[in-house]
Design a protein around this ligand. Sequence first.
Ligand code: Y39
Ligand code: FE
Ligand code: FE
Ligand code: FE
Length: 230
Amino acid sequence: MQELAVRSELDFNSETYKDAYSRINAIVIEGEQEAYENYIDMGELLPGDKDELIRLSKMENRHKKGFQACGKNLKVTPDMDYAERFFSQLHGNFQTAKAEGKIVTCLLIQSLIIEAFAIAAYNIYIPVADPFARKITENVVKDEYSHLNFGEVWLKENFEASKAELEQANKENLPIVWQMLNEVEDDAEILGMEKEALVEDFMISYGEALGNIGFSTREIMKMSAHGLAA
Ligand code: Y39
Ligand code: FE
Ligand code: FE
Ligand code: FE
């Protein structure tokens, strides 16, 4: 009942809403732009999967354009400097892994962590979005499941050889996601998105992906606990 009351109060044209949207919308636009670049980079590291990875990168570019349209529709200017800072740690870790040719770490950062983050954010946003953004986000989230699936399939096929690097990359990157969720909590709430729901959805997608790749329940519990330490 309370949830309904809160939702009916969302005013997409209020200054409060638009101010929060200027940061969340920018985060999503920057995320899609970096995802576009990351899939192109991974295509260089995995020549056999290059065509598929280029196809995924083009989807990310379309997503970016869709979310730019959502901002324009609400007459909001996205704060891109803020968004660049928001992603800087994960971005830096991806760049380092790429330079070292560590495709397993690149896949964990982009195709597991960032995709699970996107799936959580978009699923929680859809029911509270303005009608224009809802339609766009509904189409985008379907694509994100296929991106997560690419990482799962590749890592499952290469599980034994990837396992140690995955555990290390999880340890280094999951705490960053927790920091990002904490940072975005207040703005997300203004848009009608609860942090608890974001965390829950993220852990479901990420944990399921680790299980599909080949980790045991015990290993998944251990890996998930690394985020909480942040
Ligand atoms: O693969 C993708 O398309 C991912 C880049 C997009 C990331 C989206 C990150 C969304 C976080 C938003 C947090 C709002 C509560
Ligand atoms: Fe995307
Ligand atoms: Fe994606
Ligand atoms: Fe709350």
